[in-house]
Design a protein around this ligand. Structure first.
Ligand code: AGP
Length: 614
C-alpha cells in the first residue's frame, strides 16, 4: 500500500525522506519518489522499483532543500511507471503533492480541469490534486500568503471523493508544508525545530517519540518549529501531542534474518503483554475501558466480529469462546462482504472490529455502517490512535508491538488471547459461568508464554518437512471446530509467503467434492486439538491416506498416530486458546517453505501490510 513521508526542518531533507521510505517498504510498493524545495524551485526525482534505486538518480546527492515530501506507490490507477510515480506536480510546477488513498471522482475532476486548460501526463487519480490546488489558488482573492495556499488546498480537498492522506509543498512557500487526511493514515512527529510526517509511526520513531494524530479533514500548516491545525471551515483548532512508548529498536530485526521470523519468536512476549495485568488473584477480570453492565450484555441479541484476512481468522477462533462463555450468538464476517450485505445490526448488537493496523479500509467502512445502524462498536487494534480506534465507541488493544512483516503472526495470537480475555470478562459481568472454570481458563492463558516457547523449539523440526514440500503445487489443510479456524490461518500463511496453492477445509467437508483432488504424494496438514472431535478428524485423515496423501499432524491429544508421516506433539491447553499454540508450527512451516524457495518472506509479491483502499 502507498506510504508517505515528509520533513520540514533545518537538516538536508532528502536522506531523511529516503530513510523514512525504506522503513515503509514493508507496506509493499512498486515505485518511489521525492520532491524538495531547492532555492525556490521544486525538485522532483522518482522512478519505478526499489527505494534504494532513488540514490542512483543523477543529482539526488546535490539536493540541499530542508523541506520535502516522499512516497512509495502501490499502483491503483495506472500501471507502475515513472510517470505514474509520486510526487506529482501541477502544470505550472508551483505545487508538488504526494497522496495515499484513492480519489473516486478523479475522472470528473480531470475533465473539469481539462476544460480549464490543464493537461495531464500520468494515468493517476493523484495528478488531479496539485492541478486542482493550482486552479483554486489562482481564483482566491480574499486572502493572501499562506492563508491563500491553505484555502486552495482546503477547497481542492472538498472536491475530492474517496480517501486521501496528502502532503503539499509549493515553490512559493519554502518555509511551509500543508497536510491533511481523510480515511488514510498520516501522523506528524514533532521534534525540536523540525516536523516529520509519515503514514505510520515506526517509520519516524528514530527521530521523535511525540506525535500529533490527525482526524479526518484536519488541515495542518507546518513550519520548521510549529504546526497549526484547522478544521474543515478553516477555524483554528488545538491538538494534543501524544507520546509513544515503542522505541525504534523495537521495530528493527533484532538479529533475526527476517521480520517475520523475529515476530514469530516474539509471540510469548506479545501474548504476555496483551494479557497485562487484567487477571489478578481473587479478582474479576479488569477492563476499565469497557465498563459493560450485566443489563447491557443481557440486552444483546447478537455479536458480530468483523475483520479481514488473518484478523478475521482470529475472530473465527474467538467466536467459540464468546458463544460458549457468554451464550450470545456470535457471527464472524469478512468486512468487505459485511459492508455491502445490509447486515441485521441494531442497538441490540455489539459489533467487534479487529484490525492489527487499525487502517484497513473495509473494516473501517463496516464499522461506520454499524454505527449508523445504531450498534455499539468495539475496536481491537494493535496501533494506538489508529483510524479504527478513533471511529469506534470503545477500543481495546493487543500489545503485540510493531508488526512489520506483511504476513501477520504475533498480531493473530495476541488477538486470540485478547478475545479470550474479553469473553471471560463478559462472562464474569454476566455471572453465568462457574468461576472455578473461568479461573482455570485464566490460568491456562497465563501459562501460554511458557507453552509458546516450548512450541517454538519443537516446531523447528519442521524445516525438514518443508524441504520435502517446497516444490509442490498444492497443499491441503484440515480441521474441525476451532481446529478448522487454525487450519485456515495456517493455509493463508503458506499461500501468502510461499505462493503455493493451498486450500483449507473442514475435515468432514472434504469428501463432498474436494477429495477428488487428493492423489499420491499430495501433502495434507491436519490440526487436532479438540479432544471431542479427534476421532472424527482421524477418520477423515485416513480417507486421504488411502488416496496416497502424505500427512503432517499438529496435535496435543493422545491417539494412535502410527499411520501418519510426521506428527508434531504440541503442549496441551484449553481448546479455546489452542489456536495460540497450534498456529505456531504452521507459521514456521510456511516460513521455512518460503526460505527454501528463496523468496522475500517479509514482502511477498502483490501484498501490502495495510490495505487502506477498498
Ligand atoms: C495477514 O497475514 C495478511 N497480510 C492480511 O490478511 C491481514 O491480516 C489483513 O489485511 C487485515 O489487516 P489488519 O489486521 O491490519 O486490518
Amino acid at each position: 500500500m502507498c506510504g508517505i513521508v515528509g520533513y520540514i526542518g533545518t537538516k538536508k531533507a532528502s536522506p531523511i525522506l529516503i530513510n523514512g521510505l525504506t522503513r515503509l517498504e514493508y507496506r509493499g510498493y512498486d515505485s518511489a519518489g521525492i520532491s524538495t524545495i531547492e532555492k525556490d524551485e521544486l525538485s522532483l526525482m522518482k522512478d519505478m522499483g526499489r527505494v534504494k534505486n532513488l540514490s542512483t538518480i543523477p543529482g539526488i546527492d546535490d539536493l540541499e532543500g530542508t523541506i520535502g515530501i516522499a512516497h512509495t506507490r502501490w499502483a491503483t490507477h495506472g500501471k507502475p511507471s515513472k510517470e505514474n510515480s509520486h510526487p506529482h506536480m501541477d502544470n505550472s510546477k508551483t505545487f508538488s503533492v504526494v497522496h495515499n488513498g484513492i480519489i473516486e471522482n478523479y475522472e470528473t475532476l480531470r475533465s473539469k480541469l481539462k476544460s480549464n486548460g490543464y493537461t495531464f501526463y500520468s494515468d493517476t487519480d493523484t495528478e488531479t490534486i496539485p492541478n486542482l490546488i493550482h486552479f483554486y489558488y489562482t481564483k482566491i482573492k480574499d486572502v493572501d500568503g499562506i492563508d491563500r495556499f491553505l484555502k486552495a488546498v482546503r477547497n481542492a480537498c472538498l472536491d475530492l471523493k474517496g480517501s486521501f492522506a496528502i502532503e503539499v509543498i509549493s515553490k512559493d512557500f519554502p518555509d511551509n508544508m500543508i497536510v491533511v487526511r481523510k480515511d488514510s493514515p498520516l501522523v506528524i512527529g514533532k521534534a525540536d525545530g523540525e516536523n516529520y510526517l509519515s503514514s505510520d509511526i515506526p517509520a519516524i520513531l528514530s527521530f521523535t517519540r511525540t506525535f500529533y494524530l490527525l482526524n479526518d479533514y484536519e488541515f495542518v500548516v507546518l513550519s520548521r518549529d510549529n504546526a497549526k491545525f484547522y478544521d474543515k471551515e478553516l477555524n483554528p483548532i488545538e491538538k494534543e501531542l501524544k507520546s509513544i512508548e515503542w522505541d525504534a529498536i523495537g521495530a528493527e530485526k533484532n538479529g533475526y534474518e527476517d521480520y517475520m521470523l523475529k515476530e514469530i519468536y516474539e509471540q510469548a512476549t506479545s501474548a504476555r503483554e496483551t494479557v497485562g495485568s487484567r487477571f489478578q488473584d481473587g479478582q474479576k477480570t479488569s477492563f476499565d475501558e469497557l465498563n459493560f453492565t450485566k443489563e447491557y450484555l443481557e440486552s444483546l441479541n447478537r455479536i458480530y466480529i468483523v475483520a479481514c484476512g488473518t484478523a478475521m481468522h482470529a475472530g473465527l477462533a474467538g467466536k467459540n469462546v464468546i458463544e460458549k462463555l457468554c451464550k450470545i450468538p456470535t457471527e464472524v464476517d469478512v468486512a468487505s462482504e459485511f459492508r455491502y450485505r445490509d447486515p441485521l445490526v441494531d442497538e441490540k448488537t455489539l459489533c467487534i472490529f479487529i484490525s492489527q493496523s487499525g487502517e484497513t479500509a473495509d473494516t473501517i467502512a463496516a464499522l461506520k455502517l454499524s454505527k449508523e445502524k445504531g450498534a455499539k462498536t468495539l475496536s481491537i487494534s494493535n496501533v494506538i490512535g489508529s483510524s479504527i480506534t478513533r471511529e469506534a465507541d470503545l477500543s481495546i488493544y493487543t500489545h503485540a508491538g510493531p508488526e512489520i512483516a506483511v504476513a501477520s503472526t504475533k498480531a493473530y495470537t495476541s488477538q486470540v488471547v485478547l478475545l479470550n480475555v474479553l469473553a471471560i470478562y463478559m462472562s464474569e459481568v454476566l455471572e453465568n459461568n462457574n468461576q472455578t472454570y473461568l479461573d482455570s481458563l485464566k490460568k491456562d492463558i497465563l501459562e501460554l508464554p511458557e507453552k509458546i516457547e516450548k512450541t517454538l523449539k519443537i516446531s523447528e523440526g519442521l524445516r525438514d518437512f518443508a524441504r520435502k514440500v517446497y516444490q509442490e503445487k498444492d497443499v491441503f489443510y484440515l480441521g474441525r471446530g476451532i481446529d478448522e479456524a487454525i487450519a485456515r490461518e495456517g493455509c493463508l500463511k503458506l499461500k501468502e509467503i510461499s505462493y503455493i496453492h493451498s486450500e483449507s477445509y473442514p475435515s468432514g467437508e472434504l469428501k463432498h467434492g474436494t477429495i477428488a483432488l487428493i492423489e499420491k504424494g499430495i501433502t495434507v496438514i491436519s490440526v487436532l486439538t479438540d479432544k471431542d472431535l479427534v476421532k472424527k478428524s482421524v477418520s477423515n485423515i485416513q480417507e486421504v491416506i488411502t488416496r496416497g496423501a502424505k500427512t503432517l499432524i499438529i496435535t496435543n491429544q493422545d491417539f494412535d498416530t502410527s499411520s501418519f508421516d510426521v506428527v508434531l506433539d504440541i503442549p496441551e491447553t484449553n481448546t479455546f486458546i489452542s489456536p495460540v499454540i497450534a498456529v505456531i508450527p504452521l507459521q514456521l512451516f510456511a516460513y521455512y517453505v518460503s526460505k527454501e524457495k528463496g523468496l522475500d518472506v517479509d514482502k511477498p509479491r502483490n501484498l501490502a501490510k495495510s490495505v487502506t483502499v477498498e
